[in-house]
Design a protein around this ligand. Structure first.
Ligand code: ADP
Length: 397
């Protein structure tokens, strides 16, 4: 029987799942992927195979008291049924876990002790960590013998120099974990690996990767290792995102508390769900809709998004001491030639020159022949990164 790896990525209102086979080969192969979204409101269960054929598209039930457990059960029985049909054995389940603290710089196999340890990081990522760990527990309940692996969004950034991980606050707070962690690590690790394969000489150099999706951040890579992230203690810092503001003066938060008398819940809602592209435009958090809109507010939202990328690229280039390559990835980075073109023009002072035609045609290399900096577009694949880590850890590769 052939082995396979299942991947689970759970958020507050959605759970994404996928299955990969060919575990004995260097490159795993996607068998199918799907998601349950609208959890707590109107859940929908969808799955499609690697060729895009729909395998499931159902309206689910939601019993709020059962939380994610009911949906995990549904996912597991779906995965099991598909595996049986295809004759695939389950080697293990890999999870995306948002926070591994300062301790975990590699994926780990889940044990009772590790799970308790990861609980300690819930206060560091209150909106996500709990869901991630509950999903691991839900799988344990259904299949106590299924090997499970946690892959952390923070792990790849543990190579950032200690100095750069610290805030200038009293030492005791730093020691208890108030530090810059960085996120989107699984995406950056995937991109770093791709670049090492596709262009080893660039991977050895100074690279900025722009992960521009609903969440957005930049990562500075030196010799394929992360040396800086625009995200910090939380995934709110840095660039403007779909609904998050990016860097904001902490004085603003004090003002909201002191003058606006806002509660903790209201501030969380404002900073995580109502700011960013949505907050500025008042129209949408979806870049496509903003680009189609003629409203000045939509323009302004895009301009602020670009302005902050321009500043942050300068900051990353300063840390790297120059730039050899710029890589675009995630929803906006992979699909919007206009945004890439503008970012390229803003980074002209660094020697970036984008070939308009290659960019418009969605080529992998989009830099002009006389550009000092290579510019690439590489689609990210966090699920494949998780599956690969899970396979490598469980099968000792
Ligand atoms: P996540 O996985 O974090 O939910 P994605 O990486 O899928 O996010 O990115 C979602 C973002 O990508 C949205 O803002 C969406 O509008 C944007 N996007 C997707 N396709 C395009 C496109 N063709 N042009 C511009 N933006 C796009």
């Amino acid at each position: 029987m052939n082995g396979s790896i299942s991947v689970l990525n759970s958020g507050s209102s959605s759970i994404k799942f996928s299955l990969f086979d060919q575990v004995e080969k260097e490159d795993l192969r996607l068998v199918f992927s799907g998601q349950v979204d609208g959890i707590g409101v109107m859940p929908k269960f969808k799955a499609k195979d690697a060729a895009g054929t729909i395998l499931a598209d159902e309206q689910g039930d939601d019993h709020p008291a059962q939380g994610h457990q009911q949906h995990i059960s549904r996912i597991i029985s779906f995965v099991r049924q598909q595996r049986t049909t295809l004759g695939l054995e389950l080697v293990g389940v890999g999870h995306r876990v948002v926070h591994g603290g300062a301790r975990y710089s590699q994926p780990v196999r889940i044990t009772a002790e590790i799970l308790n340890d990861l609980e300690l990081f819930i206060p560091l990522a209150p909106l996500h960590q709990g869901h991630n760990l509950n999903t691991i527990r839900a799988v344990q309940k259904i299949g106590p013998d299924i090997p499970q692996v946690a892959c952390f969004d923070t792990a790849f950034h543990r190579t950032i120099p200690e100095l750069a991980q610290r805030y200038a606050i009293p030492r005791s707070l730093t020691e208890e974990g108030v530090r810059r962690y960085g996120f989107h690590g699984l995406s950056y690790e995937y991109i770093a690996r791709c670049l090492r394969r596709l262009a080893p000489e660039l991977a050895n150099g100074r690279v900025i990767v722009a992960h521009l999706g609903s969440g957005a951040s930049l990562c500075a890579l030196q010799g394929s290792r992360s040396v800086a992230s625009s995200m910090g203690f939380s995934a709110m810092d840095g660039l403007v995102m779909g609904t998050r503001p990016g860097s904001i003066d902490p004085g603003v938060v004090l003002y909201l508390i002191e003058e606006k008398r806002m509660t903790m819940g209201e501030i969380v809602d404002l900073l995580y769900k109502k700011s960013g592209l949505l907050g500025v435009s008042g129209i949408s958090n979806d870049m496509r809709l903003l680009q189609e809109s003629t409203a000045p507010e939509a323009r302004e939202a895009i301009e602020i998004f670009l302005y902050r990328i321009r500043r942050e690229i300068g900051s990353m280039a300063a840390i790297l001491g120059g730039l050899d390559a710029l890589v675009f990835t995630a929803g906006i980075g992979e699909n919007s030639p206009t945004i890439r073109q503008r970012i390229g023009e803003d980074a002209r002072w660094l020697g970036v020159k984008i070939d308009r035609s290659a960019n418009d045609r969605g080529k992998q290399i989009i830099s002009a022949f006389d550009s000092k900096v290579a510019v690439w577009v590489i689609p990210t694949n966090e699920e494949l990164m998780i599956a690969t880590h899970t396979r490598d850890l469980l099968l000792g590769r």
